[in-house]
Design a protein around this ligand. Structure first.
Ligand SMILES: Cc1cc2nc3c(=O)[nH]c(=O)nc-3n(C[C@H](O)[C@H](O)[C@H](O)COP(=O)(O)OP(=O)(O)OC[C@H]3O[C@@H](n4cnc5c(N)ncnc54)[C@H](O)[C@@H]3O)c2cc1C
Ligand SMILES: CC(C)=CCC/C(C)=C/CC/C(C)=C/CSC[C@H](N)C(=O)O
Length: 477
């Protein structure tokens, strides 16, 4: 006899992790289960937009890789469309000068790269491609309904001990061992880690490779804003959105209509000034369990649910509509300055991680910096910019808006990923961010948690943590 589906499931957090989990929970458990998605802020979470004089721009997660197949599938299945992300010329500034500057001629770029760094850029490309190739195995596993009970087991299934080793060692150590030079690491790799993760090559090798893949061609975004994926997933999952702050979760015994006592979780939440509670068979936590970000109390669990003290990196996104002062970066005036993005090296005197031209979420265009025209620039910095700092970067500006984030984990390898199974039917998605934080990673975690919850509910232990999946699935038609 198959087990009756659960009556009620709670998902905490309506970012891409929580909404994709709700979508897959509906697919697995069917139409009768009631799914409540709790959100204390806005649907989308770290996918959000800014309004600059009537136009919307991405302020959080902005670019998606062409091989991020869940995001691609969502856009197709949910009736959305994609726009190409701006791919202007990139330069690297070290606080004194541009140490590297891209040209619009492919052949000149190749010559420059070889001249400065030999064949290291090609070797780096091959290193990232190999990691990405193995990463793609997750789609096959998930399409066959396989689930993992820990992030480490998931990573191991993708590429064995070598893959797990990437996660356990710093990018610096891995690349130094592979023979990459200090100059290449300082001038090319560190600036990419700074723009993408606000950190240096001390992050783990896996997130380092993900970050490098964020420089591949063909990056895209969702027309109208990436956060639209979350609201459409919610709709498609026919979940009930509860706009409230979850304060605590506690296991209770409850007698159901059948007369049998069963274990459920009581979720206590606040909407406005009112406190409510409700009971759930299964709970998925889809927000970082960090006091500053979610502050959920797990009451009376025996043994207690482990506490997570992992630190998230503060990061400020500032959008400025203005005329760039290109002479900060080079001796050239703006009409001879063709860079669309300036990355920076790890110099403590620099107050920005990066600055780049951006397009509104509706547009496919590729803006080019032009003199006398106010463009919109996006700046990432560790701290809010002062007016003096803005006036150093811009000859003049019409508008500035900023958003502060606790953006991604502060990566300190070797580290343990938080557990996915916190308790019998209580799951945690965001541990995956300690391998790498990206939209696609949260979507993978959402799918995995839905599959895990489903298989554990139905006792399908053979669908969880299977070894040698890649070899086994290769021979399957
Ligand atoms: C500035 C920035 C730029 C980025 N750029 C990229 C990029 O270009 N490409 C990319 O792939 N990724 C990017 N990322 C990373 C990406 O945005 C995140 O990895 C992803 O959005 C995380 O989604 P999530 O659903 O796991 O978490 P979140 O989006 O954080 O969702 C968690 C949700 O839970 C809610 N919540 C928290 N506590 C409670 C509670 N107690 N009760 C109810 N609700 C609660 C929160 O309000 C939030 O909405 C970027 C992130 C930032 C900050
Ligand atoms: C998960 C895989 C395999 C690939 C994701 C690649 C990717 C899109 C990486 C970017 C990750 C990230 C956190 C970027 C932040 S900044 C993005 C952008 N440069 C901007 O200016 O907004």
């Amino acid at each position: 006899e198959p087990r009756a589906p659960p009556e009620k499931i709670a998902v905490i957090g309506a970012g891409i992790g929580g909404t994709s989990a709700a979508y897959y929970l509906r697919q697995k458990f069917g139409k009768d289960v009631k799914i409540d998605v709790f959100e204390k802020g806005k649907v989308g979470g770290r996918l959000a937009t800014f309004n600059v004089q009537g136009q919307e721009f991405e302020s959080g997660g902005s670019v998606i890789h062409p091989l991020n197949l869940h995001m691609k599938r969502f856009v197709k299945d949910l009736g959305l469309s994609a726009v190409q992300s701006p791919s202007g010329l990139v330069g690297v500034y070290n606080g004194e000068t541009l140490v590297y500057e891209e040209s619009s001629w492919f052949i000149i770029n190749m010559i420059k790269l070889i001249w400065h760094y030999g064949f290291q850029s090609l070797r780096m490309h091959m290193w990232v491609e190999d990691i990405l190739d193995k990463f793609m195995r997750i789609y096959r596993y998930q399409s066959h309904d396989y689930a993992f009970s820990s992030v480490e087991k998931l990573l191991h299934s993708l590429g064995g001990d070598d893959y797990l080793g990437l996660f356990n060692r710093s990018l610096l150590e891995t690349l130094q061992k592979a023979g990459f030079s200090e100059k290449f690491l300082d001038e090319i790799i560190t600036p990419v880690m700074r723009v993408n993760y606000g950190q240096t090559t001390n992050i783990n090798g896996f997130v380092g490779a993900v970050s490098m893949s964020g420089t591949d061609p063909g990056l895209w975004a969702v027309k109208g804003g990436n956060k639209l994926v979350c609201s459409r997933l919610l709709q498609a999952s026919r979940s009930n959105l509860v706009s409230g702050l979850v304060m605590s979760i506690e296991e209770k015994t409850r007698t159901k209509q059948t007369g049998n006592p069963s274990k459920v979780y009581e979720v206590v939440y606040q909407t406005g000034s009112e406190t409510h509670s409700d009971f759930y068979d299964i709970v998925l936590v889809a927000t970082p369990l960090n006091q500053k970000m979610s502050n959920i109390n797990f009451l009376n669990f025996d043994p207690p649910i482990e506490e997570f003290h992992q630190h998230y990196e503060p990061l400020v996104t500032t959008l400025i509509k203005g005329e760039l002062n290109s002479t900060v970066f080079s001796s050239r005036a703006l009409n001879e300055f063709h860079l669309g993005t300036v990355l920076t090296t790890d110099n403590p005197d620099l107050f920005i991680n990066s600055i780049g031209l951006v397009s509104p979420v509706e547009e496919d265009s590729n803006p080019q910096p032009k003199a006398d025209i106010a463009h919109v620039w996006k700046i990432f910095s560790a701290a809010p910019l002062t007016k003096e700092q803005i006036l150093k970067l811009f000859v003049s500006y019409d508008y500035a808006v900023k958003q502060s984030w606790l953006a991604y984990p502060h990566y300190t390898p070797p580290e343990k990923c938080p557990s996915i199974i916190l308790h019998d039917r209580l799951y945690y998605l965001n541990g995956i961010e300690f391998a790498a934080s990206a939209m696609e990673m949260s979507a993978i975690a959402g799918y995995n948690a839905a599959l895990l919850a489903y298989h554990r509910w139905n006792g399908n232990t053979h669908m969880i943590d299977q070894e040698d999946l890649y070899e086994r699935l290769k021979t399957e038609l």
